[in-house]
Design a protein around this ligand. Structure first.
Ligand SMILES: [Zn+2]
Length: 168
């Protein structure tokens, strides 16, 4: 098994509390069905990325699988670029997210294959994060993040919950 070069750097994904708050509502509504979409974020430099927005496809998933509707999410990404002034170096697509309401937040074999297809494919995506989340007992937000890089095995990445910047 070859190791991912990024694993040696201390890569971090920051997840602000207000984003978690926005994720909760569709997660609660979906119940035991998997939902998900894309994650968009900010490159903070030094291998740190902050999730600032996400798209949601609340209808395509089942209890054990989620594959997002591509067209709907392209629109969400275009809107994100609009809002962030087309500053692609700083604000861009970060990867994918979906829920595992009935399973651990570890990526399934199917998840790993889908993400590897994404970064190994012809879509121009060379690396992407996969965030998997679930609500335990309807409120406790649990999540994992993995980094997928073209030609490498997936690597777990530290996910850091950020305090709400609006709170004192
Ligand atoms: Zn999954």
């Amino acid at each position: 098994m070859n190791t991912c070069p990024q694993a040696k750097l201390e890569m971090q994904i920051l997840l602000p509390k207000d984003v978690v708050r926005k994720l909760r509502a569709p997660m609660l509504r979906a119940g035991r069905r998997e939902i998900g979409g894309m994650i968009m974020g900010e490159d903070l430099g030094d291998q740190r990325f902050r999730i600032v927005d996400f798209s949601v496809d609340a209808v395509s998933g089942t209890r054990s699988n989620f594959v997002r509707n591509a067209a709907q999410h392209d629109q969400a990404l275009a809107a994100f670029f609009d809002r962030t002034g087309a500053d692609y170096e700083r604000f861009n697509y970060l990867g994918e997210w979906h829920t595992h309401p009935s399973f651990s937040v570890h990526p399934s074999l199917q998840d790993v294959h889908a993400m590897q297809d994404l970064v190994d494919g012809s879509g121009g995506v060379r690396f992407a994060f996969l965030l998997i989340a679930r609500l335990r007992w309807h409120w406790w937000f649990e999540a994992s993040t993995h980094l997928f890089v073209q030609g490498h095995v997936p690597t777990p990445v530290d996910l850091i919950l950020e305090p709400d910047m609006l709170e004192p």
